[in-house]
Design a binder for this molecule. Structure first.
Ligand code: COA
Length: 378
């Protein structure tokens, strides 16, 4: 007889897929500057006549100082660095082949299942929670479900950088309601496809990766797991991070190729507005759960900007956080959108002790933010 369900959600395990190739800031800036030089040479007359502005160089020092990013993994390195291309090149696959987004999602999901000792046949649902989907339909989640051999249901959800925490709350709610025992939240992020590599203000921001989180009822969880103490979601509309790519672009062909059909942001405003919003949200949720924020053992924050994380963790912990208290992965991964806080959790949670409480927290476009307080069990 299987143990009766408890309705208490836990994180049983996580998984991570990291593309083999990585681009350093030095390589990225050399490519951007070669592109800028070519552009300026091609438009030399117009620039000299004051009819066009020369493109300024990018700088390794600026990127590292402003963001904390030193490198990023990508699915397709050479074309991104080629000044004539500056975009990933990922050949289209046939309908009978696994799509590339599903492929990396499956790789992360398999690792999570393996670490939990879980057979895919025992999973009830797959949520593909990411900031870009490869196609409109069929859902990426259903393709991942099929590839893993899961009998149940799946659907896609997009809440930009907060997709994974929104996915975790959704999965936790299925468990709380008794509608599922075991739910995979998969976040394949091929952000190199939505990044404008010719835009000096943002060309350094993103990287590619896939993560998976297995959310389950405590009754069936492996001995070592993380109790989900509480989840909270928040959205506040903002135009400061936007991507106007969509199915109606072809209905307005005159602007279909404009820069706003890729990621665009007002980085300064995002920084200023999101830091206080997220810090307040964390403190309020800690209060609701009866937790002392200063006693949190670790913060696994969204990985967009080292300065944002420094400020948020200071407001939450009441002192400057050490690397141990607020680990960084954006230095080698860049901003991987929804996957960032999950990578941090995946790579920096094994050393915690039973009873330790930490926080997974995402924030980004929407604006959107999600908190998942977790307690280590055994
Ligand atoms: N190389 C060299 N100089 C650059 C540059 C580059 N690649 N990009 C911009 N600059 C210059 C700007 O032109 C500007 O020059 P000016 O002062 O002469 O006008 C100066 O550096 C500062 O630019 P600014 O855009 O204000 O930089 P910033 O300090 O705000 O840092 C971000 C930019 C994007 C790193 C930062 O705003 C940020 O991380 N914001 C958080 C938002 C975020 O990451 N969102 C992602 C989704 S969650």
């Amino acid at each position: 007889m299987p143990a009766p369900l408890t309705g208490r959600p836990v994180i049983s395990a996580t998984g991570l897929f990291t593309p083999a190739d990585s681009i350093s800031n030095e390589e990225l800036v050399a490519s951007f500057n070669a592109f800028a030089d070519r552009h300026n040479a091609a438009h030399a007359d117009a620039i000299a006549a004051g009819e066009a502005e020369a493109l300024p160089h990018s700088s390794v020092e600026f990127i590292e100082k402003a963001s904390g990013i030193k490198a990023r993994h990508v699915m397709s390195k050479a074309p991104i660095l080629d000044p004539d291309v500056m975009c990933p090149r990922i050949p289209e696959r046939g309908n009978d082949e696994l799509s590339v987004m599903a492929e990396i999602g499956v790789a992360a999901a398999r690792q999570a299942l393996e670490r939990a000792g879980r057979d895919a046949a025992d999973v009830d649902a797959v949520l593909c929670a990411a900031s870009n989907m490869q196609r409109a339909y069929p859902a990426m989640a259903i393709e991942i479900q099929q590839a893993l051999g899961i009998d149940g249901f799946g659907f896609d959800m997009n809440v930009a950088c907060s997709s994974a925490t929104f996915g975790i709350q959704t999965a936790a709610d299925y468990v709380r309601a008794g509608n599922a025992r075991s739910v995979l939240v998969v976040s394949p992020e091929i952000t190199s496809g939505h990044l404008n590599w010719r835009d000096r203000d943002s060309h350094f921001i993103f990287g590619d990766v896939a993560t998976a989180v297995l959310v389950e009822d405590a009754a069936i969880a492996p001995k070592q797991h993380w109790e989900i103490v509480g989840t909270r979601l928040k959205t506040v509309f903002s135009n400061n991070i936007r991507n106007n790519f969509g199915f109606l672009n072809r209905a307005a062909p005159e602007s279909a190729g404009d820069a706003d059909k890729l990621f665009v942001q007002e980085g300064r405003k995002v920084f200023k507005e999101v830091v206080p919003m997220v810090a307040q949200m964390i403190l309020e949720e800690a209060g609701r759960l009866g937790l002392d924020p200063e006693a949190l053992r670790r913060l696994w924050l969204h990985q967009a900007n080292a300065g944002m994380n420094r400020l948020i963790s200071h407001k939450v912990l009441g002192h400057e956080a050490s690397d141990d208290e607020s680990p960084t992965v954006l230095d080698t991964y860049g901003n991987t959108s929804s996957a960032g806080s999950i990578i941090a959790f995946h790579q920096h949670s094994d050393d915690l002790s039973a009873g330790d409480i930490g926080l997974i927290c995402s924030f980004g476009a929407g604006y959107s933010a999600g908190t998942v307080f977790v307690r280590k069990v055994s």
